[in-house]
Design a protein around this ligand. Structure first.
Ligand code: NAD
Length: 320
């Protein structure tokens, strides 16, 4: 019998049939405690597993070294920065993921964060819950220049959404691999940070983007501008952001992702930093789609059929 370890929290809640079809084909070890797996948890549980269904928890070299039977990692989501890809490749572990599933939901969420930030919604909400009638002065989208870093599936949709609700806004984008996007002007990263009123990040985390947004770059941003990150923690140097928000050089920032999650760092002290707990793809619709897609590809793998959504360069021979 094949063993499938499920570290992804809540897998099967949105698509119970997806879980049932896996149960018919393999022995499942579920994450019943709904606890984010640490390296120790993985090492304790993964040694007999052939397939791992994972969220964003870290799948390190040590974890993979303790998984001699592992042949497939199925990522419920998009980013694969949590997996030691070099070690996975060395061990010929295939990877499948769900790259298209969140590409509507994360742009919607990004827009919600931008509107919340510039209208002071959360700040007013917190005050009113303390019975304080506080009326922060907001801004309007139409007066803004937007800077979108990373114009892939999510970034390009954010551009379309901004243009749809605020046709007068100017939009810049920076993406080394995309030359043209309608309704937006390509420019350098430096110009984008220097001239935008709102910078929104939509690029992957990897060795070249780690701490890309550092103190030097943050200092070049306009006085009173905003920074939004729904991509990956680690792209922004969080200590540098803390410093710049404290000085009020930036009017505010909104972060959905953090270098270490769950996050409990010092940005929680700042009123002008809106924080959410990696919610970009947490909609019922997206979860259901991702769980179905993962289950479909896991069954493809078990039954010797080609994977539908393999990660480029990680499509090794299946189990049969
Ligand atoms: P994508 O691969 O479609 O797009 C990423 C884009 O970034 C590509 O066009 C790529 O060329 C560009 N890029 C790569 N390096 C860059 C660099 N140095 N500077 C600027 N651009 C660069 O990916 P996507 O589906 O649009 O996802 C974007 C990000 O959103 C990823 O980090 C992903 O992990 C994250 N994400 C977050 C959530 C969430 O819940 N918050 C959900 C899904 C995805």
């Amino acid at each position: 019998m094949l063993n499938i370890l499920i570290s992804n929290i809540g897998f099967g809640e949105a698509a119970p049939d997806a879980l049932k079809s896996l149960q018919k084909n393999a022995q499942l070890t579920e994450n019943k405690e709904k606890k984010r797996f640490s390296e120790e948890d993985f090492i304790e549980k993964i040694k007999d597993s052939h397939i791992l269904i994972a969220g964003t928890e870290k799948i390190t070299k040590s974890v993979l070294e303790q998984a001699p039977h592992l042949k497939l990692i199925a990522r419920v989501g998009v980013g694969v920065d949590n997996i030691d890809l070099e070690e996975a490749k060395k061990n010929a572990v295939s990877i499948t993921y769900t790259p298209d599933a969140p590409s509507e939901s994360v742009p919607e969420f990004t827009l919600a964060l931008i509107l919340n930030l510039i209208k002071g919604i959360s700040i007013s909400d917190h005050k009113l819950h303390e019975k304080i009638w506080y009326r922060p002065m907001g801004r309007m989208l139409s007066s803004f220049k937007f800077g979108i870093v990373g114009a892939g599936k999510i970034g390009s949709k954010v551009i379309q959404m901004i243009k749809a609700i605020s046709p007068l806004s100017d939009i810049f984008f920076y993406d080394p691999y995309v030359t043209h996007i309608s309704n937006a002007t390509k420019c350098s990263l430096e110009r984008l940070f220097r001239e935008s009123d709102v910078v929104s990040l939509h690029l992957p985390l990897n060795a070249s983007t780690k701490s890309l947004v550092d103190l030097n770059l943050l200092k070049t941003m306009k006085q009173g501008s905003y920074l939004v990150n729904t991509s990956r923690g680690g792209i922004i140097d969080e200590n540098a952001l803390y410093q710049i928000l404290q000085t009020k050089h930036l009017a505010g920032a909104a972060l959905d992702v953090f270098e270490i999650e769950p996050y409990n760092g010092n940005l929680t002290e700042l009123e002008n930093c809106l924080l959410t707990s990696h919610l970009g793809s947490m909609t019922h619709e997206v979860r259901k789609l991702m769980e179905n897609q993962v289950s479909e590809d896991v069954l493809n793998f078990i039954q010797g059929r080609p994977l539908r959504r393999p990660l480029n360069g990680f499509n090794f021979v299946g189990l049969k």
